[in-house]
Design a protein around this ligand. Structure first.
Ligand code: MG
Length: 362
């Protein structure tokens, strides 16, 4: 394999640090041409000293989005939130393969991103563990035929709580995820199941699936990362311990594989459980699916509201159930429009945030 040059956006976050770990353990295979961090200057400086990329800067100091990717083979988009979409679109515009860990790029910009990627002949390789699992089950072909995509969900820390208990859970409770170690925003999104709703929308755009072909099922052990059902009734699954390093590395080595993780010891793991997703207790899941079906700017409104509400919850300013209420309020107050450009989405995002702040702060 020839040395792969990576432009990493979001290098100091939870995923970004694990991308650096992968590069560190395969120095002959990978190098960084660009490192962009959100706001962690010290973290960025340390990575810059270690990897000597051509460009290293904070998001606020970017000269031009397209210049970030010009020397790279792969654009690894690991920054969080709506802000990631601009990078994804810029990388596609530059004709680069995109290793996509930023969910919002597809949740908010699915239509724009897939259209642009098709036009430019650009490959989008999933990094989200569920979508990487689907990718592997589909023989690493995003256009392979299937009957159903089955996403697994750990269910988060509150799976069996009733709504009375949910009323009083705190950010600290929600941040204690039973199986996955992740950033704060996505850990809260896992507790509300908003994250699983996002992943259904991601799967729709990545694999050209109808919503009726995508199902989420609770699997508390997080060993089976997702499954594909085929026309003849055969079902394939990908198994592994919960560790993002595997999907991260595979997105960089695909279609090859390199040593990465310890294999699952089946006898040690013992029984694996699956159960129905309790949608009725976690309204964020249904809100995400409904916004995904509505399309246009609806998912962007949903996401903008969620980003503000989750921040307020993390700061202890609102309760857990108020996250869904805020999203629902924003979606009912702002009508969805056609999402024909980044500008339209960006304006919808700003409006959603403003409305969410108004609903939270009164
Ligand atoms: Mg996931």
């Amino acid at each position: 394999m020839k040395m792969k040059k990576i432009a990493l956006i979001g290098c100091t976050g939870s995923i970004g640090r694990q991308v650096a770990e992968v590069v560190r353990s395969h120095r002959e295979e990978f190098c960084f041409t660009t490192l962009v961090a959100g706001s962690d200057r010290a973290g960025l400086d340390a990575l810059q000293r270690e990897f000597s990329p051509k460009i290293a800067c904070l998001a606020a100091d970017i000269p031009s989005h397209s210049a970030l990717f010009s020397d790279a083979d792969v654009a690894f988009i690991a920054s969080g939130g709506f802000a990631g979409l601009r990078y994804t679109l810029a990388a596609i515009e530059e004709g680069k393969t995109v290793a996509l860990a930023n969910k919002e790029s597809l949740v908010c910009g699915g239509e724009l991103v897939t259209r642009a990627a098709k036009k430019k002949g650009v490959d989008i390789v999933p990094v989200d563990s569920e979508h990487s699992a689907l990718f592997q089950c589909l023989g690493m072909k995003r256009d392979a035929p299937f009957k159903k995509l089955i996403l697994t969900a750990s269910g988060g820390p509150f799976l069996h709580y009733n709504s009375q208990i949910l009323q009083n859970v705190t950010a600290a409770d929600a941040l204690r995820h039973p199986t996955w170690k992740m950033g704060a925003k996505i850990t809260i999104d896992s507790a509300t199941l908003l994250n699983k709703g996002y992943e259904v929308i991601e799967a729709k755009w990545l694999y050209g699936a109808e919503f009726s072909q995508i199902q989420a099922v609770v699997h508390p052990e997080s060993i089976v990362h997702s499954l594909v059902l085929f026309e003849d009734g055969a079902m394939l699954a990908q198994l592994g311990y919960p560790d993002m390093k595997l999907p991260i590395q595979l997105a960089l080595t695909y279609p090859s594989r390199l040593p990465c993780c310890e294999a699952v010891d089946l006898a040690e793991v013992g029984t694996l459980h699956f159960e129905r997703l309790p949608e009725e207790k976690f309204p964020c899941y249904g809100l995400a699916i409904a916004a995904g079906k509505e399309g246009g700017t609806a998912p962007t409104l949903l996401n903008g509201a969620a980003e503000i509400a989750v921040q307020a919850f993390l700061q202890g300013r609102i309760g857990f159930l108020k996250i869904a209420e805020t999203i629902e309020g924003v979606l009912s107050h702002i009508p969805s429009e056609r999402a024909d450009s980044y500008g339209t989405l960006s304006r919808a995002d700003a409006r959603a945030r403003e409305e969410a702040r108004r609903l939270i702060d009164g």
